[in-house]
Design a protein around this ligand. Structure first.
Ligand code: FPP
Ligand code: MG
Length: 312
């Protein structure tokens, strides 16, 4: 008997399939998300605000948040079409947070996604309003454009998006982040609070909202939640590392800002090497949460790996 005949049929069959190719998968999903984003927000009167919203929304980026939402929806039995309006809404919310984060009152940044920041092009007042416009449109878009999903599930999506943006999420994390600027005695606990709120809450919302749309059972939601919390923290640790090690060209924004603004970061507490190790441990834990889903979880597991190996 040859060794292959000892393997279960499912393994033999799957071994005939081509191995999962993350860059192909990302390129395909990115193209689908770009198309959906480009057509979801038309320019009308007053043109300037729509142009300003589109300027930041369509500036590229990894589109990691929408892709996480779609992958989670597909993993739990839903479809790309079902997830796309929420995926776009997540990108609108993320873009809003970046426009506001770059304002002079916050991080005062000149470049984002390889182009001038929104306020540098349109002025501060319009940049604030573009953020507000994107945030409110995100909710409208989910409700008006999602098809084939029970209203109860949409309510869960809306509630989770609201929570991720508000004081229990992005806003709360940003407040503590700004408060800690210039302070030397930041504890690991405070740093964890900043990142689980500023970055983690929205990443968790991406994964959970995808699963809400597919009516995933509570046990799956718990696994996905722990997966997302781990990749959220890993994502931020890598962000802190890249701020030190990557070039402005790679990042599409100013590098070295954390040290310049005396921000609390993981490398400041642990050093670069240990920070990288911690991020890898978190990614391993995240992937382990998905083992019970079997091969269906390969895209989300590969996305977790992408977080620690990315260069921008
Ligand atoms: C980037 O962090 C900023 C965020 C991830 C979120 C910022 C959140 C807000 C501005 C709150 C927005 C919410 C409302 C409702 C207005 P970073 O500065 O560490 O990263 P960067 O180097 O990419 O700027
Ligand atoms: Mg910033």
């Amino acid at each position: 008997m040859t060794s292959t005949t000892n393997h279960p049929i499912s393994t033999q069959l799957s071994s005939l399939e081509p191995p999962f190719d993350l860059s192909n998968y990302l390129a395909q999903r990115q193209a689908q998300v770009e198309l959906a984003l480009a057509s979801c927000l038309q320019v009308t009167y007053p043109e300037k605000i729509y142009e300003s919203m589109r300027y930041s929304l369509l500036a590229g980026g990894k589109r990691l948040r929408p892709i996480l939402c779609i992958a989670s929806c597909e993993l739990t039995g839903g479809s790309i079409d079902m997830a796309m309006p929420t995926a776009c809404a997540l990108e609108m919310i993320h873009t809003m947070s970046l426009i506001h984060d770059d304002l002079p009152a916050m991080d005062n940044d000149d470049y984002r996604r390889g182009q001038l920041t929104n306020h540098k092009v349109y002025g501060e007042a319009l940049a604030i309003l573009a953020g507000d416009g994107l945030l409110s449109y995100a909710f409208e878009h989910v409700v008006n454009e999602t098809k084939g999903v029970p209203p109860q599930q949409l309510l869960q999506v809306i509630a989770r998006l609201g929570r991720a943006v508000g004081a229990a999420g992005l806003v709360g994390g940003q407040v503590v982040d700004l408060e800690c600027e210039g302070k030397q005695d930041i504890t690991l606990e405070t740093l964890n609070f900043i990142h689980t709120h500023k970055t983690g809450a929205l990443l968790e919302a991406c994964v959970l909202c995808g699963a809400f749309l597919a009516v995933a059972p509570p046990a799956d939601l718990h696994r996905l939640s722990r997966y997302a919390q781990n990749i959220g923290l890993a994502f931020q640790i890598i962000d802190d590392i890249l701020d030190i090690t990557a070039t402005p060209e790679e990042l599409g924004k100013t590098a070295g800002k954390d040290i310049q603004a005396q921000k609390a970061t993981f490398p400041r507490i642990w050093g670069l090497e240990q920070s990288q190790r911690q991020a890898e441990l978190l990614v391993d834990e995240a992937k382990a949460e998905l083992v019970s889903f079997g091969e269906k979880a390969i895209p989300l597991q590969a996305l977790a790996d992408f977080i620690t190996t990315r260069t921008h």
